[in-house]
Design a binder for this molecule. Structure first.
Ligand SMILES: Nc1ncnc2c1ncn2[C@@H]1O[C@H](COP(=O)(O)OP(=O)(O)OP(=O)(O)O)[C@@H](O)[C@H]1O
Ligand SMILES: Nc1ncnc2c1ncn2[C@@H]1O[C@H](COP(=O)(O)OP(=O)(O)OP(=O)(O)O)[C@@H](O)[C@H]1O
Ligand SMILES: [Mg+2]
Ligand SMILES: [Mg+2]
Lengths: 221, 221
């Protein structure tokens, strides 16, 4: 489903080069539920960005369902992001002028099948405990409520692969558990592949596999 | 040091009123190290915003060192924020065009004593593990690195009171522990008062007192 082969990612900063990922290789099968763990700054967000084609590697390649991301043009990449991948950003990236409901509805407007189900939007929001807050805009929501809108938005299109960057960082234990339970249920019923980074050991405990990053390298599988 | 008396906070949303805090009272002595805990949406950020005068209560009053915040004009409030209070935002609020170093240096430019110590800025950044990243701008930093810049910025002015809104949410256990250790050390050596909200039980375990919020109310001290 997802294949990362000898990927390195360098950032240029003035006259220095910051190597965020070094020769990273990873195979993720369809329907896996895997966690990426590692200290702050170890490269987790960078890796998720490369897998979702938000960014491209300096060297090495990423394949999704055997298609090399390098071979996709802008249309191909937009299509991939609209129809195959759901992404939960570490900084949420909600649209400030839209309500929670409208933010979650938004990706449905871009899916190939085109029909937007208001019921589905309400349902996903209710599953993350936000039924009573669906008309609030992001600046009228708490940090953890914004995070849950970002979660709902990534799940509403029923994507093949969900990439979640620290999806419970701003949540108390119980609320975070509800989010993970929802993801596990979708993984089991729809076969959706989940790749998520987290610092929380109790969230990690639900993953069938934990991939560890230290200083941009994968250590002991 | 900090006195919250019968404070309520209402937000108006269209035709509804959202009561974020209901009749909250709290006394915090000089040099306390206290944690505010509670589920997502329970009112933690709202309470911290009222204590720091970023926002004002709908009813009730907040006092800092016996001065009612209501009695301060804009100059008095700016002076309070520049000289007495350090605030670590849940969403960091770093200045995008400045480097980590410049972001941390920034509050020193507004303090009454006026002398900016480059050494002090470097020292605080090193204490949160960011010595090698001080020239990165926020968009060149990981989520947890940005969080640590926000921490360093709040501590650099040696304020009397530090208000920290989930200061370790984006940090792995070890890095988060280093941040809490730094705060404990400052609390012991300088007598700085710390009031922080957190979802992390291990962070909470360092607090001498835990105040619990549920649905905007304080429950069982
Ligand atoms: N401008 C606003 N308009 C309407 N409701 C608001 C507004 N700002 C906050 N709220 C509501 O007030 C409640 C308390 O918000 P607050 O940010 O204090 O929660 P919190 O305890 O910090 O949560 P979290 O742990 O998720 O950060 C939430 O239910 C939120 O939806
Ligand atoms: N544009 C950039 N320029 C220079 N360095 C960068 C840039 N973006 C990221 N980095 C560096 O790359 C490294 C990896 O960043 P990344 O965001 O992937 O870490 P992370 O594991 O997600 O950390 P966290 O747990 O704190 O979110 C960090 O040390 C960061 O400073
Ligand atoms: Mg990250
Ligand atoms: Mg909050």
């Amino acid at each position: 489903s997802v294949s990362v082969r000898n990927v390195s990612k360098d950032y240029v900063l003035g006259r220095t080069i910051v190597r965020a990922l070094h020769d990273v290789s990873l195979e993720v099968e369809r329907s896996e539920f895997i966690s990426i763990a590692g200290p702050s700054g170890s490269g987790k967000s960078t890796l998720l960005n490369l897998v979702s084609a938000i960014d491209s590697p300096t060297t090495g390649e990423v394949f999704i369902d055997d298609i090399p991301l390098k071979s996709l043009d802008d249309n191909g990449l937009s299509d991939l992001r609209a129809n195959k991948i759901g992404f939960i950003f570490q900084t949420f990236n909600l649209i400030p002028v839209l309500s929670a409901f409208e933010n979650v509805e938004f990706p449905l407007l871009f899916k190939r099948q085109g029909s937007v189900s208001k019921g589905r939007v309400k349902d996903v929001l209710a599953r993350v405990g936000l039924h009573d807050f669906m008309h609030h805009r992001p600046d009228e929501l708490s940090g953890g409520q914004r995070q849950r809108v970002a979660v709902a938005r990534a799940l509403v299109t029923d994507p093949l692969i969900v990439l979640a960057d620290e999806p419970t960082a701003n949540l108390d234990h119980e609320t975070g558990q509800a989010v993970i339970d929802l993801m596990l249920e979708i993984n089991r019923s729809a076969g959706t592949t989940f790749i998520f980074s987290t610092h929380d050991p109790s969230v990690m405990s639900h993953a069938r596999r934990v991939v560890r990053l230290v200083d941009g390298r994968i250590v002991a599988p």
